[in-house]
Design a protein around this ligand. Structure first.
Ligand code: AMP
Length: 341
């Protein structure tokens, strides 16, 4: 019997609940400290306890997964805990395209793929000397927004950079990536592309609550000036967002361009869930500052389906369940090799 496996964090509950609903055996690879949490959920059939998530690539874990005919569902924790080489070396089949995860982690490759998809991308600022407008300094990898900061001058940049070095979050300038800040309403657009049906589904949108930048608006400007700490963009949770219907056509076009670009640059392409992340300006124009090439945690709020999945499915369809449905379809039509790497 095929089993669906994921790491115990990020969107594990949604992924495994969806897998169970579609009739799969479910396995969680969990750090020992989280065992008590995950034992609460009856839809998790088996828990493999590890000291570190890196063990998913070890022979011991791999042989258990092989016995269970497992497919791993990758999520943000896999990317933040393992470098690309390590992920690519995993022998257990990974749902989607494991090669594209490198394009998510590497800022330069990421920008290249977004430009290939003809998405509007904020300008990169190559050197702190060139900071003229509002700029966001971001750490590399899936840092989750921790230690990111805003700045408008080289002098202020250096002050904040030094604070991060003192806090041990970064070592040097090259650990930061500078990008022009995009004004407007942030939106995280969730998609699923099925290579089996050659169809793109728009699954939902969300906003992120990031600490402590999202808390600043509650503090009057005069008191803000007295605060001498760096505001971080660390994601704490997500809230739902429904877009103006007139924006949907372009949402689909952007997603399709992204899928086409991924097919050209990184075979077998952007299969499965992904997310385009950016900001709508006053004219409804979207600037994309990021993408995630796998399920995003913003889909966790739509376990019973989203306002958009409801138009596509006559039953509650979470992203986790959609993934399991694709695996079921591929198994039934003997096309598993099309949806895993
Ligand atoms: P990221 O790691 O790129 O997803 O960035 C984390 C957070 O920083 C995002 O969720 C946004 O709130 C913010 N952010 C990143 N890049 C930009 C940008 N170019 N303009 C405005 N906000 C940004």
């Amino acid at each position: 019997m095929t089993s669906i496996v994921t790491l115990g964090s990020h969107s594990a509950l949604q992924v495994l609940k969806g897998a169970k609903d579609e009739g799969f055996k479910t396995i969680l690879v969990s750090e020992k400290k989280r065992e008590r949490l995950y034992r609460r959920f009856k839809f998790i059939d088996e828990i493999i306890l590890v000291d570190s998530f890196l063990e998913i690539a070890d022979q011991k874990c791999e042989s258990i997964l092989k016995e269970n005919d497992s497919i791993i569902i990758p999520h943000g924790t896999l990317i933040s805990q393992m470098d690309s080489l390590k992920i690519e070396s995993i022998k257990t089949p990974i749902f989607g395209n494991k090669w594209i995860l490198r394009w998510e982690s590497d800022r330069n490759m990421k920008e290249q793929l977004m430009r290939e998809a003809q998405l509007d991308v904020p300008k990169t600022v190559a050197n702190a000397k060139e900071i003229k407008h509002l700029v966001i300094a971001k750490r590399h990898g899936a840092a989750g927004g921790k230690g990111y900061f805003l700045t408008t001058s080289e002098k202020d940049y250096k002050k904040k950079r030094d604070k991060l070095i003192d806090a041990g979050l970064i070592k040097e300038d090259s650990d930061l990536y500078l990008q022009e800040y995009s004004f407007g309403v942030s939106a995280y657009l969730q998609y699923f592309y099925s290579p089996l049906n050659d169809e793109l589904e728009f699954f939902g949108a969300d906003r992120r609550y990031e600490s402590d930048i999202d808390g600043l608006g509650r503090i009057p400007a005069a008191q803000q000036l007295d605060i001498d700490s760096i505001s971080s963009f660390n994601v704490i949770g997500n809230s739902p967002l429904v877009l103006r219907e007139s924006l949907l056509d372009e949402v689909y076009s952007m997603g399709e361009r992204f899928v086409d670009a991924a097919k050209r640059l990184v075979a077998p392409g952007m299969n499965g869930p992904f997310c385009l992340e950016g900001v709508y300006d006053e004219n409804g124009k979207f600037t994309t500052f990021e993408f995630s090439a796998r399920i995003v945690a913003g889909t966790n709020m739509y376990v019973d389906g989203s306002p958009y999945s409801t138009f596509l499915y006559d039953e509650p369809m979470s992203m986790g369940r959609r993934i399991a449905r694709e695996i079921k379809q591929a198994k039934n039509s003997n096309e598993l090799e099309k949806i895993v790497t």
